[in-house]
Write a protein that binds this ligand. Structure first.
Ligand code: ACO
Ligand code: ZN
Length: 492
């Protein structure tokens, strides 16, 4: 009997020895999205043994990388172990999201000509009298457009906009000046826009979360992804971050000492918007380098598909805060290139986890388009979008476009008319995004030789209900900002 037990133990030990990097097997997930996926297939990314305790770092194949975690052997179904196939690679589906989350771009652009919006039942493909239709011009068929196009061709960067970026690696003691990049610094990408450039990082170090918990103001937050904080901070359980200047320290004591010296009660830069308790601060990545770098480091903890660069000079950072008696607390931010050859109006966008799913993401997006309206331009977020980024943008685009369509008034008893270009001008949403949103909403129909948009009463009601929930909105009157022409200024 004792022998049997011993043999089983040896058997288990041998099997666990075989569980190495690249193997796949079902693993019990700690956060269960639904019962059926209790034991999803996972890939072993790493293993460690500390004080006789064996642990495995796993990536759940069909889930976002933020759910990756260290697990004990009892959560592995070792009897179903699959050894790595020669050319097997962890799908980048969830972490790079480039392939599956980019909105489709039409193969051929729809021509922008005015057509009528019909309200009569006889002309409508929908039987509903209440349905609103909006005509789209005859061009390519929707089917032809759905295939989508790859990313826009890499434009040859001129002037400052295409300058090479270096990776951030900061010393704790010298947060004013970036230290020499470490050997594990993310590789330079061929296309480098964004204070964090899009990354398809295969480096095993950067695929493993390196920080356990951060404390920021009144919140303790569990990071989602790797961020290149100094290695000595990755071995401690809580890293303390000053919520106003974003300096990071290794203990509460250090933070308290820091707070006696740090006088900030709001982000640096200019407050360019204030309504009620919400403010936006514009921070120049060149003038406030340390803050901008610390902001990038913090953001990287929740942004997976971006690589960090420590040349923050080409960027402006728009930090959204919520005010209370203690100060202006950071809620989220987006970064924006001073000059974007692709007309991106957002490089990276983030709502800090304690504030997520409360409408702040959409508020940040709305603000970014408000800036574009002031600039008299259309804009689009830098690609690829993350899974949550795509959800938020889709939702914002849909609501913004529907708001316009629903409020269209008939002219002289005629059917209301609008062109795609007019929607772009009114919203500053780029044409491709307007078209992909209309397609995604399945509003485009082909009828009697032309493209029309049909809005059923049901979709109008759904839209009105969603808008009623959007309590906080950007009020353009509260924005005090003049766009700068960075190309003319000669330097950032
Ligand atoms: N699951 C399902 N839906 C979600 C989730 C979620 N976890 N999070 C947001 N959504 C949906 C919401 O339901 C909402 O849609 P709805 O109003 O139609 O229901 C929409 O997304 C926006 O929700 P908000 O509350 O306004 O957005 P939030 O404050 O949560 O911020 C953001 C969204 C910024 C994407 C946030 O999730 C985040 O910071 N994520 C980590 C960083 C990231 O991925 N950034 C985007 C990268 S792409 C780029 O940088 C260009
Ligand atoms: Zn501080």
């Amino acid at each position: 009997m004792a022998d049997d037990k011993e043999n089983k133990k040896i058997g288990l030990k041998t099997t666990l020895d075989m569980v190495v990097e690249g193997c796949r097997l079902p693993v019990k997930m700690s956060i269960l999205p639904n019962e059926e996926e209790e034991w999803p297939l996972a890939e072993i990314l790493s293993r460690k043994e500390e004080k006789g305790k064996l642990e495995f770092y796993v990536h759940y194949i069909d889930f976002n990388k933020r759910l990756d975690e260290w697990v004990l052997p009892d959560r592995l179904r070792v009897e179903e172990l699959q050894f790595p196939k020669k050319d097997q690679k962890t799908p980048q589906k969830q972490n790079s999201s480039a392939a599956n989350s980019r909105p489709t771009t039409p193969d051929r652009e729809l021509q922008d000509k005015k057509t009528t919006v019909d309200r009569s039942e006889s002309d409508s493909p929908s039987p509903s009298l209440l349905s609103k239709k909006l005509s789209l011009p005859e061009q390519s068929s929707p089917a032809a457009k759905l295939g989508g196009q790859g990313q826009t061709p890499q434009s040859q960067t001129k002037s400052n906009a295409g300058r090479k970026r270096k990776a951030i690696f900061l010393d704790e003691d010298s947060q004013d000046a970036p230290a020499t990049p470490q050997p594990s610094a993310p590789p330079q990408q061929p296309r480098q826009t964004g204070s964090m450039s899009s990354s398809h990082d295969e480096n095993i170090i950067t695929r493993i979360k390196n920080m356990e918990t951060i404390e920021l103001g009144k919140y303790r937050i569990k990071p989602w992804y790797f961020s290149p904080y100094p290695p000595e901070l990755t071995t401690i359980s809580i890293v303390y971050i000053c919520e106003f200047c974003l300096k990071y320290v290794k203990s509460r004591k250090c933070l308290e000492r820091h707070r006696t010296k740090c006088t900030l009660r709001h982000p640096p830069g200019n407050e360019i918007y204030r309504k009620s308790t919400i403010s936006f601060f514009e921070i120049d990545g060149r003038k406030n380098k340390m803050y901008s770098q610390n902001l990038c480091l913090l953001a990287k903890l929740f942004l997976d598909h971006k690589t960090l660069y420590y040349d923050t000079d080409p960027f402006l950072f728009y930090v959204m805060t919520e005010y209370d008696i203690k100060g202006f607390h950071i809620v989220g931010f987006f970064s924006k290139e001073k000059e974007s050859t692709e007309d991106y109006n957002v490089a990276c966008i983030l709502t800090l986890p304690p504030y997520q799913r409360k409408g702040y993401g959409k508020l940040l997006i709305e603000f970014s388009y408000e800036l574009s309206k002031f600039e008299g331009k259309t804009g689009s977020p830098e690609k690829p979008l993350s899974d949550l980024g795509l959800l938020s943008y889709r939702s914002y685009w849909s609501q913004t476009i529907l708001e316009i369509l629903v409020n269209l008034k008939p002219e002289n008893g005629e059917r209301p008319q609008i062109t795609i270009n007019e929607i772009c001008e009114l919203t500053s949403i780029r044409k491709e995004d307007v078209i992909s949103t209309l397609q995604h909403l399945n509003l485009i129909n082909y009828y009697k030789g032309q493209y029309i948009i049909t809005l059923s009463q049901e979709s109008i009601d759904t839209h009105n209900r969603a808008m009623a929930k959007r309590k906080i909105r950007i009020d353009a009157k509260c924005l005090h900002w003049t766009p700068k022409d960075w190309a003319k200024r000669g330097k950032w």
